[in-house]
Design a protein around this ligand. Structure first.
Ligand code: B12
Length: 241
């Protein structure tokens, strides 16, 4: 199944067998179960829940969006409203990072070769999971992806683009206060590589922007996994152009 379809079709496919009875557990129930386990610090059970879902046919991009993203957004709200501690948030995030790392080996990579991608979080940005998920899903969609992590200095990012021969450079920013750093990075990349490297922007900061700063014109902006797939397929059908 194409990776983009798997995002939309995920919930309907989540059929879980228990005690011989076919039981369709909704993605919402699965997400709540996962959230409960990560907040209880149950790393093993959290991984088992996700591996069971995967083995029952739940596609990885769907798990990323329906389970991980929803749980982490909920953790953000619980944290903001003092219902959980910073330690709880760190633990939930760490367990999710661990589960994502385990899922990676099961990603089905498309036969198509769409080009080379470097993905990073901008300097000053500590949120990493969203960019990690987008890098994984684009890799599954046929991109030769190099994920740098986050809080990467401009110089290092430029060097990675050159070393990898990237056609596409993804920048993630969650915090609005990091947008000036995104602008600076984009300007440096344009100066070094001109139009030969397209730039893909995303992360929660772009959701809060009313208008894209003029300096970011010409960049592709995508606000979630589905949009990242749609936009890269539409705008990057021939990376060499
Ligand atoms: C975990 C977490 C952290 C961890 C991150 C650890 C890590 N390894 O990632 C730590 C503890 C470091 C952290 C720090 C902070 N955080 Co924080 N954090 C979160 C939390 C709970 C989850 C983030 C997450 O992983 N979300 C899940 C991913 C999947 O979602 P996502 O990032 O949006 O990614 C999706 C899309 O945006 C998009 N996308 C993302 N990147 C890219 C890139 C490209 C190229 C594309 C195309 C798409 C794309 O695709 C992804 C999949 O759909 C959020 C809650 C939330 N609502 O997200 C708060 C949250 C983002 N944090 C918040 C805050 C305030 C902070 C701090 C300022 C706290 C503090 N006082 O220190 C610092 C800022 C640090 C910094 N300079 O960046 C606020 C931000 C509020 C705001 N709007 O300004 C939030 C919303 C919590 C809240 N409700 O108050 N945080």
């Amino acid at each position: 199944m194409p990776v983009s379809d798997s995002i939309q079709q995920a919930p309907a496919q989540n059929a879980v067998e228990k005690n011989g009875n076919a039981e369709v557990s909704s993605s919402a129930a699965l997400q709540q179960e996962y959230l409960r386990e990560i907040l209880a610090g149950k790393r093993k059970t959290s991984l088992e829940i996700i591996m069971d879902a995967y083995r029952s046919g739940y596609p990885i991009p769907g798990i990323y969006m329906d389970i991980f993203q929803v749980s982490l957004y909920e953790i953000g709200t619980l944290w903001e409203t003092n219902q959980i501690t910073v330690a709880d948030e760190h633990m939930g995030t760490a367990i999710t990072q661990y589960v994502i790392s385990n899922l990676y080996q099961h990603l089905e990579i498309a036969n198509e070769q769409r080009g080379k991608l470097v993905m990073t979080g901008v300097l000053g940005e500590m949120h990493q999971l969203g960019a990690n998920m987008v890098a994984d899903v684009l890799e599954a969609d046929g991109w030769d992806a190099m994920f740098l992590g986050t809080n990467v200095p401009t110089e290092g990012a430029i060097r990675s683009i050159r070393q990898h021969g990237a056609d596409l450079f993804g920048i993630s920013s969650t915090m609005l206060f990091n947008i000036p750093m995104v602008v600076q990075l984009v300007e440096e990349v344009k100066k070094e590589f001109g139009d030969s490297v397209r730039i893909l922007l995303g992360g929660a900061a772009f959701r809060s922007l009313h208008e894209l700063p003029g300096e970011l014109e010409g960049c592709i902006v995508a606000l979630n996994l589905g949009e990242a797939l749609d936009r890269t397929r539409r705008d990057m059908s021939n990376p060499a152009e």
